[in-house]
Design a binder for this molecule. Sequence first.
Ligand code: NAD
Length: 294
Amino acid sequence: MILDGKKIAATIRAELREQVGDLLSQGKRAPKLAIVLVGNNPASETYVNNKLKACAEVGIEAVKLAYPASITEQTLLNEVHRLNSDETIDGFIVQLPLPEHITETTIMSAIDRRKDVDGLTPENVGRTVQGLPSLVSATPRGIRELLSRYGIQTEGKHVVVIGRSNIVGKPIAMLLMQRPYLSLPGMSAASLGDATVTICHSKTRDLKSICLTADIIIVAAGSPGLLTAEMVKEGATIIDVGINRVDGKLVGDVDFEHVAPKAAYITPVPGGVGPMTIVSLLQNTLQAYNEHTR
Ligand code: NAD
């Protein structure tokens, strides 16, 4: 069965539109997101435009703050501090990657965790690890939501995560191994979590043997065709996070054609995890607004 991220994301956007509509009919203001874009990386511009469009669709106010690639780290830091103290902004993101002369961790660490709707500050990550209320980074939040909406339980399951990045691999592993009663606010289905998680990466030996024992495989490596049918046991659930452009076509990290017939559930690329990531940013923005205006 295909895990249709596009369809689920549309359902969640409709729910969000209703929630924002309720706020407005109570005389409250709309939630507001700011997106900081540095330079003119075409992929980043596309991502930012998609995020702005999604915000508009649900009634979240969104502004793009564009800066030249030559901006100094200090000026960008000043902008982050300004946004931290701007009462009209509920959340903001700094679109990555940043130009090489700017240290990403310096910028991310300066963001107020309550406005960190990308869930990337060390404080939010630490709180997620400890099961405290936090803003969870968008892709892991979206994957968890997708599993939940399809009723895919993770308790006692062996989940193999391929990739150990701070934005996908590490946080999704953390979320799925959590005890459910430590579930994060705004997330549906308390039954998700309690999995036995193995994290694999580029130095992992015998990836195939490990994957063959997995009930759920989450691939976030950025390597087209990495997960092949021989690495997947019959009836496994496959979540493909990868986004790669091959011969002008968008493909994931999974050999979809051969893996899909063996899988109980599988996400397509495009139309799987990608749309869930964007909608999770909207959910995080509403979460930040609710905390901010409480
Ligand atoms: P990354 O690019 O920072 O790192 C890749 C990770 O994969 C590393 O930890 C590396 O050790 C591991 N890896 C690479 N090749 C491997 C191999 N052959 N075997 C085992 N492990 C291997 O990771 P990222 O930023 O999480 O991005 C991963 C992919 O997911 C990229 O294609 C990216 O574009 C995509 N992505 C998609 C979304 C979405 O919304 N769909 C969001 C974020 C990232």
